[in-house]
Design a binder for this molecule. Sequence first.
Ligand SMILES: [Zn+2]
Length: 76
Amino acid sequence: MIKLIIPVRCFSCGRVIASDYIAFVNKVNLIRETENREPTPEEIQRIFDEIGVKRYCCRRMILSHVNLIDDTMAFD
Ligand SMILES: [Zn+2]
């Protein structure tokens, strides 16, 4: 499997986001497994609030990374 590595810090503000990314993926996967669906935008927002990612520059880092993984998984 191709593994894309999340940048350790946010490109814009420099906040460390690598550890938040793991927490984010765990919470998203929990919704996928228990509810058998993708999380809604409101749930994504709540997850970011819970793990303390406030600025949209940092949220962009994590969200865009999730999309990249989904794109490559299709070709696995
Ligand atoms: Zn940031």
